[in-house]
Design a protein around this ligand. Structure first.
Ligand code: PLP
Length: 372
């Protein structure tokens, strides 16, 4: 029998009413928004495929944790819970909370970027590239060639090309490269995963040239799940254990907690370097807040600590990845172009296929992106 979808490992606990609209109303809303999805009012949208960022439903235990939020300016127990939950998966010496991932990027690249510096990545996320370029540095994407081929079935299309990285370092000089970034999963490249083998190869290069390696770890749990599913020798491992190995290969990370930590807001910057952390905390006080809350309320820190535990649940990840693949398979079968082949993870649908009258895409992000 053809395998269809998977049993949800949860019951729906609370419902949010949705305004039902007619096709005519939706067409009119699109015209008023000049076909720009970012200009729509959310109340006019019935199925919102704009982004995966901070839009998920929180769990019962996350809502319960919100009641425990301690809003003290300094030394809140909510901070300690959050820090411990981050360090359980990412045992970096310093954890610096921020209100979003881009705030962590802003602090990091203000400190280590600047004119004359070059920062490689598999693919820079748009806010990462913007923060690097705003500092005056050059941001470069060095994903493997298969990562740019929509038809390729390579299991780890997010891998950073080790040979391209070595020539990049030789070309620009190691002293001009303050950090190597690695985005897991490779969000701007279709949410494709990075293998452990590739991380080890990049780690070896980072050590050989003495350049720190930082993860942009927004989809760390999905990435670890794909390693478990697709990389030989990992099939019996706990996802949390794979995540810890990923962290052990890096010197630090930037993070959006609006992604795998299952929050509606939040982020952090983490690292082992004491001197860099001291500078980052000073900058944090100027831009985000005191180091025990960053840009967040105590209640947000509590919800994120619970989200981090729940994000690595196997039942949950299996369900999430399988239901995304199910959507891609169904779209593909209905003749709607899906950039990512069926069975994959993030689903990029060309909006023009569904709305033939809309003008040509101005930039790739204008296609509808679904990353559950
Ligand atoms: C979302 C995201 C960011 C930015 O995080 P925000 O919380 O939206 O500021 C950075 N990198 C990647 C890979 C992301 O997915």
């Amino acid at each position: 029998m053809e395998y269809q979808t998977i049993f949800e490992p949860f019951r729906i606990h609370s419902v949010e009413p949705l305004r039902l609209t007619t096709e005519d109303e939706r067409r009119e809303a699109l015209v008023t928004a000049h076909f720009n999805l970012f200009s729509l009012r959310s109340r006019d949208v019935m199925i919102d495929l704009l982004t995966d960022s901070g839009t998920g439903a929180m769990s019962r235990d996350q809502w319960a944790a919100i009641q425990h939020g301690d809003e003290s300016y300094a030394g809140s127990p909510s901070w300690e819970l959050f820090r411990d939950a981050v360090q359980e998966l990412f045992p970096f010496a310093h954890v610096i909370p921020t209100h979003q991932g881009r705030a962590a990027e802003k602090i990091l690249f203000s400190l280590i970027g600047g004119p004359g510096t070059f920062i490689p990545n598999n693919t820079h996320f748009d806010t990462t590239r913007a923060n690097i370029e705003f500092s005056g540095a050059v941001a470069t994407d060095l994903v493997i060639d298969e990562g740019r081929d929509p038809q390729s079935r390579h299991p780890f299309k997010g891998n950073l090309d080790p040979a391209k990285l070595v020539s990049y370092i030789e070309e620009h000089g190691r002293e001009n490269i303050p950090v190597i970034m690695l985005t897991v999963t490779n969000n701007s490249g279709g949410g494709q995963p990075v293998s452990l083998q590739n991380m080890r190869a990049i780690r070896e290069i980072s050590l050989r040239y003495d350049i720190p390696l930082f993860l942009d770890a927004c989809r760390f749990a999905e990435n670890a799940w794909f390693i478990r599913e697709r990389e030989a020798g990992n099939e019996d491992r706990e996802v949390a254990d794979i995540v810890r190995e990923m962290a052990s290969l890096a010197d630090g990370m930037t993070m959006s907690a609006k992604k795998d930590p299952l929050g509606n807001i939040g982020g952090w910057l983490a690292m082992n370097d004491d001197a860099l952390a001291a500078k980052a905390r000073t900058m944090l006080v100027l831009t985000e807040g005191f180091p025990t809350y960053g840009g967040l309320a105590g209640r947000d820190l509590e919800a994120l600590a619970v989200g981090l535990h729940e994000a690595v649940s196997h039942d949950y990840l299996r369900y999430r990845i399988r239901s995304t693949a199910y959507l891609a398979d169904s779209l593909h079968a209905s003749g709607i172009p899906v950039v990512q082949p069926p069975g994959g993870h993030a689903v990029y649908i060309d909006a023009r296929a569904m709305l033939p009258h809309i003008p040509p895409l101005q930039y790739p992000g204008q296609s509808l992106a679904i990353a559950l």
